[in-house]
Design a binder for this molecule. Structure first.
Ligand SMILES: [Zn+2]
Length: 91
């Protein structure tokens, strides 16, 4: 059964199969590729545009109840990574 979550970038809802989950660990954002990390998670589409938008909106600190002190380096690196363009949604 599909689980539907909201993308922090474009704000549309989608199946978690199409979304990238991230969790906060010690005020640091960690990309949860396996969707198995414990704790509060939030979701963003697996593309550069949605990730950049979510970072610009500072949506992660709010979504994860951390506030502006959240370190989003992991996602910033990912949004700059050329690998992202090659990542398949169903991969
Ligand atoms: Zn999106």
């Amino acid at each position: 059964m599909a689980v539907i979550r909201r993308c922090l970038g474009c704000q549309s809802t989608d199946s978690t199969n199409n979304l990238l989950r991230s969790v906060a660990v010690d005020h640091k954002l960690v990309v949860d590729e396996t969707k198995k990390l414990p704790g509060r998670g939030a979701y963003v589409h697996r593309n550069q545009e949605c990730i950049s938008r979510s970072l610009q909106r500072k949506a992660w600190g709010r979504a994860l109840k951390i506030g502006p002190g959240l370190d989003c380096d992991a996602l910033e690196n990912l949004s700059r990574s050329t690998d992202l363009a090659k990542t398949r949604l169903n991969g």
